[in-house]
Design a protein around this ligand. Sequence first.
Ligand code: HEM
Length: 145
Amino acid sequence: MKAVIHEIQRFANIVPLSVFHATMKDTELMGYSIPKGTMVIQNMRTVLMEEGQWKFPHEFNPENFLNDKGEFVKPEAFMPFSTGPRVCLGEGLARMELFLTMVTLLRKFKFIWPEDAGEPDFTPIFGITLTPKPYRMKIQLRSNQ
Ligand code: HEM
């Protein structure tokens, strides 16, 4: 379950440009000089889908978070909440909510892609956040409930 949730966050890249920042002083980074006051915009995709960091960088596959023994591992490049001193303050709460909501829904219901719906279109709607296009889904109460 943890691997699935992490993979959803990786693949969906919900906050694609994080929050904009600015340098507070003249800064040297990997040979580049960035003057004081320069706006810095992160591109989260560059780490969340970086080749060499993931077993399957461009496809949805929870094995990106599993080792050879099937145990959960979190690669360093997983940073949908950003990183550093301004990392998302709500990360702990968001992770708890994602786990509780997903487990509750999946224990109670089956989510079935309708046969006549064709292939899912993963192209996101781009804004401050990336959101999915509207889609239809069949939701069935599990028989053991
Ligand atoms: C899946 C859900 C969430 C994602 C992917 C997410 C992602 C992010 C990202 C990428 C940033 C920018 C960090 C940076 O400036 O480098 C951020 C900042 C922030 N987030 Fe979230 N967030 C989520 C949920 C939440 C929730 C539930 C809360 C509050 C209850 C929250 C509160 C904040 C705050 C206060 C900041 C600003 C932190 C600062 O500038 O010091 N976030 N978030």
